[in-house]
Design a protein around this ligand. Structure first.
Ligand code: ADP
Ligand code: ZN
Length: 522
């Protein structure tokens, strides 16, 4: 063992009280302690903090931790103080006097670690301070914030490339729990970490059981899931809109599930109070938008639910990753339906983004849809997205109850023909009525009851047709034109299916069933 590793292990045991390093921690600590740059990709709960805390203690000088999570700096500093590490933070919440005092400690080397927000670091005052001080290392936490495509983008992170330019001799370690190839490449490029060694841990969270169900009455399904499988547990429920957050929290409370709300539109003190209660209490559910969660460390979150489709697999992975940080069994549950696909595609179409950006967002959404529609193991699909090979897990819905698939070529052809026959000018509801042969006023007005496709899909329920249409949209055969009353339009990809030749395999529609907690006989 090298001198450095001996010292590092000694610090781990005597200061932090752990017997041994976990996973790649030892290699990372050794590499950074000896002056190397590193990019660390490790799932939430994997133990990223020690990867920079220990090298900061091994090396001379002050370790600078750049973190966007101002609200959590106090907690981090307190936790370090408890084990005798001299730590402090510099951010906008403190007084001028307090900041000056910390700056003096940094300058005179009387401190081991200092946390700063990126916007603070970029000030001339702060950069000068670090120029005048002995710096052990720079740790860039939540490094995915540099990614413009991700949902945590922080413009100040882009400027962090100055670290390399102004402090070429100080090692840098960037850390994140988000690890798709594109984000990784972006971190390397934007932070100029081309020469950094990459440490990629397994992203598998074996204790999390993944479930994605067809959405009927989403709220009701959610309630059944919570009471059936997780009565008395703490969990998080993600919704897309603030309004839905409020409504869902209210609905759960009315039905005997203690729930709090959290979204960016709430008054700051209320939001902070709800967050504090969630962290402190047991048997409590937080209903939130994605504004909630980064840096939240509540080990006993037993379930994370999505009532709306996330925009990307990274988002889904990060959000579900907040379940089961204590390693005990936990659930990631999502209800997903036709409206989700339509809405997410629409949000991309209507966003202000330029074409390239929209294309990337579209690809990310497609990957997410692929995960929802997959007929094979969810975990295999999820890890594959992060470039990690895996075997079917036995702990996801598709492994436990393999979905039934069928050759959907004929019904899909019927659907595509119906879209075509109504001149691609009608929305989902109308097209499905035509297929099912429902004689509505509108159908009569437009003489759609005289079309050859009228009633050719009468053998399937409306729900079944919605499930087929959802998959057809997910597969990109049909798009929804939001400029024109949400009318359905065929894409070029529809032609080979319509003309015959290309087969389509579909997931069988499954009626929502009431979830039951596996109980022992009593
Ligand atoms: P991350 O930042 O990757 O989400 P943390 O650094 O917060 O993870 O660590 C998660 C938990 O694991 C913490 O409670 C931490 O104390 C614990 N931990 C980290 N490394 C070790 C280790 N080598 N041995 C035991 N526990 C560890
Ligand atoms: Zn599986």
């Amino acid at each position: 063992m090298s001198d450095t590793s001996t010292r590092a292990l000694h610090l781990l045991q005597t200061v932090f009280g752990y017997p041994a390093f976990r996973g790649q921690q030892a290699d990372i600590v050794e590499h950074v302690s000896t002056g190397g740059d590193a990019l660390v990709l490790m799932p939430t709960g994997g133990g990223k903090s020690l990867c920079y805390q220990i090298p900061a203690l091994v090396r001379d000088g002050v370790g600078v931790v750049i973190s966007p999570l101002i609200a959590l700096m106090q907690d981090q500093v307190d936790a370090l103080a408890e084990v005798g590490v001299r730590a402090a933070f510099l951010n906008s919440t403190q007084s001028y006097e307090e900041a000056s005092r910390i700056e003096r400690l940094v300058r005179t080397g009387q401190i081991d670690l200092v946390y700063v927000a990126p916007e603070r670091l970029m000030t001339e005052r702060c950069l000068n301070l670090f120029q005048d001080s002995k710096i052990a290392l720079f740790a860039i936490d939540e490094a995915h914030c540099v990614s413009q495509w991700g949902h945590d983008f922080r413009p100040e992170y882009i400027k962090l490339s100055v670290l390399h330019e102004q402090f070429p001799d100080v090692p840098r370690i960037a850390l994140t729990a988000t690890a798709d190839q594109q984000t990784r490449a972006e971190i390397v490029h934007r932070l100029q970490l081309e020469d950094a060694l990459q440490f990629v841990s397994s992203f598998d969270r074996p204790n999390i059981r993944y479930q994605i169900v067809e959405k009927g009455n989403g709220r009701k399904q959610l309630l059944d899931f919570i009471t059936g499988e997780h009565g008395g547990d703490s969990g998080i429920v993600y919704c897309l809109s603030r309004k839905k957050v409020e409504e869902t929290a209210e609905f759960l409370n009315e039905n005997g599930v203690r729930a709090l709300a959290y979204h960016a539109g709430m008054e700051h003190t209320k939001r902070a109070a709800n967050q504090a209660r969630f962290l402190r209490e047991e048997n409590i559910v937080m209903v939130a938008t994605i504004a909630f969660g980064m840096g939240i460390d509540k080990p006993d979150v037993r379930f994370v639910c999505h009532l709306d489709l996330p925009k990307s697999i990274e988002g889904y992975y990060q959000e579900t990753g907040r379940a089961g940080r204590d390693g005990l069994p936990a659930s990631a549950w999502m209800a997903y339906g036709l409206q989700d696909v339509v809405l997410q595609r629409r949000m991309i179409d209507e966003s202000e983004a330029d074409e390239t950006f929209k294309r990337v967002l579209g690809m990310k959404l497609d990957a997410m849809l692929g995960l929802c529609e997959t007929l094979s193991c969810r975990r295999v699909r999820l890890l594959d997205y992060f470039g990690e090979p895996a075997a079917p897990c036995g702990n996801c819905d598709t492994c436990l109850i393999p979905p039934v698939s069928f050759d959907g070529t004929v019904p899909v052809q019927k659907l595509l023909s119906a879209v075509y026959r109504v001149d691609q000018r009608f929305a989902a509801g109308h097209v499905i009525e035509v297929l099912r042969g429902v004689e509505t006023e509108r159908i009569k007005t437009w003489h759609h009851d005289t079309l050859s496709v009228f009633g050719i899909g009468a053998d399937r329920s409306e729900q079944e047709w919605r499930a087929i249409l959802r998959q057809v949209i997910a597969l990109g055969l049909v798009t929804v034109d939001h400029e024109q009353y949400s009318s359905l339009k065929l894409t070029d990809a529809a032609r080979p299916v319509l003309k015959g030749g290309q087969k389509v395999q579909l997931r069988q529609y499954q009626k929502p069933v009431k979830q039951k907690r596996p109980t022992t006989a009593s």
